[in-house]
Design a protein around this ligand. Sequence first.
Ligand SMILES: [Zn+2]
Length: 393
Amino acid sequence: MKEKRKLGLRRGLSLLPANAGTYRIGRGEKSVILTTPFARTATLAIAKGQDPFAQVPASHHWLIEELITSLAAADLLTQGRREIALPPRYLNEIVERDIAAQQLRNRCEPELLQCEWSDAARAFGHDEGAEILAARTTVRVMISGRNRVATLLHSLLLASGVSLVEFIDRFDRAAISDCDIGTSTITAKEYAENFYTYLQSQRRSVSLFPLERRPAKQRDSGKDKYATLVIHSGPLDIEDLIDWLTARQPHFVIQSAIADEITMGPLVIPGITPCLRCADLTQVDRLGYSSADRISLTDTPEIAMVGAHFVASVAAAQILHFIDSARAGQSFADITADSASSADSVASADSVASAITRSTTVNLQNLLAAKSHSITVHPLCGCGSFREYPKKN
Ligand SMILES: [Zn+2]
């Protein structure tokens, strides 16, 4: 008697007709060629969540066993059909309202597809996306800066399931101005309204997983000052940077544009990855100057709308990668804490660090030619003094 296995195919796959009546299934370099009608029938059954052996005579079951082995080797299988694993508070909220639950499922599907194929899903052992997506709700992100890119990042992250996104400075240019119109949900009707109040009012309709605001008591606690990640867009105050480094606050900075060129990152996890000064020194070695060290000759205007969306999307993709990789009990507070010293944590910190230490330069005239530069710890940078982790022994 064969053991009943729950099998499913990863989201979004297709059968691609190939030479000599065969079919190819997969993506990129990882694919499987289906050479027999039995293999095709079994694959269709797995895709529907049915038993792949059901339609195949027992004499050919070995073929299906082989098929399952090669599909698994190509990373195309999951453990059966998956439900969205949301924290109980959402389920309580939606259980009586089926329409809302269905809408949530529909909106989650594209995010789940991407999560399911992500590095994070592989790293955490075929998580199938649902837990990665649900974990985004628990991550606190603060946005500093007041421009189109910051506004777009706010709505992109909310709509991607990162529910606890907030602006740090609620007073900087508080009125909605001309250049805000057309960004996120802001239209001409909102002109001169309070920017922060307006975005807060839109929060529930934009968020994938809307969360009630936390009680004021909780917000004012000392812990509130730091988050899983701070994102800054625009001119940077060096004191903020020093604060983040000394507090080991992970941060991601999108510089102001120089003419039509804009540089962002690397995402810095103090004590684990190279810092922004490492990036500056690397740029000086490479080009003879640093784009962060500048004397502005004109007011820095907003960047054009298409460029702003592109920059916000590239930044959001890196930020989500960081958030998703920080899951499974490996929040960066844990990774940087001195108490976390198991071999597993070290490996996880290293793998995350190596994946995200890159800066990106985008030329707004040629978005397809965005350049990515790897950053390593610079020997002249003092950030090594914050580097107490990972410890050997
Ligand atoms: Zn450094």
